[in-house]
Design a protein around this ligand. Structure first.
Ligand code: AMP
Length: 218
């Protein structure tokens, strides 16, 4: 089962991808997370990506496409994968199409998680993650009991360097100018679905996604 999650920054793609991974046993592929790990490790790719990421701009297509192809070719992706944050441009979507055709794979579902932009800005500004155990918090919607400390393991929480107001605004501009167009692209291909990611709990939103995925595998 090969899935793409679409949605603006902060729509909940990562959160829902984790739940799909646990339920359906296929890996989440987050290009943003791979890039952050490359940066952390100080690799050439990580160093190249840094300036773009800090500004909230897109990392060039050729770097991203090569990185995605390598990841999708991994053994653990044979039964399927969940793309979270890729593709983000028409060129990436075209490249993905060619890549999958070459591997005799197809997309089973493209799910767009829809959330109003005003809510997203607050979600992004408030989000904090524990880098030790991976638990997620939000100072506005799901605050940790003790300020900046993880409820689960007691470690200090981290705020992503691109979750600041200026970069967030640019990420939305980039999304509206370059990524939003993928909605029409995949609508025309016929396997496009939408879920409301604004109202309802994480579990309720996941139920809608699960239903779509179960229907798509028949
Ligand atoms: P994310 O974690 O998905 O919000 O991604 C964080 C940042 O990584 C983005 O703002 C981009 O700079 C970069 N990035 C992640 N995925 C892509 C992609 N598919 N194309 C270009 N840049 C990306």
């Amino acid at each position: 089962m090969n899935i793409i999650l679409l949605g603006a920054p902060g729509a909940g793609k990562g959160t829902q991808a984790e739940k799909i991974e646990k339920t359906f046993g296929i890996p989440q592929i987050s290009t943003g997370a791979i890039l952050r790990a490359e940066r952390e490790a100080g690799t050439e790719l990580g160093n190249k990506a840094k300036t773009f990421m800090d500004a909230g701009d897109l990392v060039p297509d050729e770097l991203i496409v090569a990185m995605a192809e390598k990841r999708i070719s991994g053994n653990d992706c044979q039964k399927g994968f969940i793309l979270d944050g890729f593709p983000r441009t028409s060129a990436q979507a075209e490249a993905l199409g060619h890549m999958l055709a070459g591997m005799q794979k197809k997309l089973n579902a493209v799910i767009n998680i829809k959330v109003n932009e005003d809510i997203l800005v607050k979600r992004l500004l408030g989000r904090r993650q524990c880098l030790k155990c991976g638990d997620n918090f939000n100072v506005y919607f799901n605050a940790p009991k003790k300020e900046n400390i993880c409820d689960s393991c007691g470690s200090e929480l981290n705020q992503r360097s691109d979750d600041n107001e200026e970069t967030i605004r640019n990420r939305f501009d980039v999304y509206n100018n370059q990524t939003n167009t993928l909605i029409d692209y995949y609508k025309n291909k016929g396997n496009y679905k939408e879920v409301n990611g604004e109202t309802g709990s994480i579990d309720e939103i996941f139920s809608s996604i699960k239903k779509i995925l179960e229907e798509s595998i028949g």
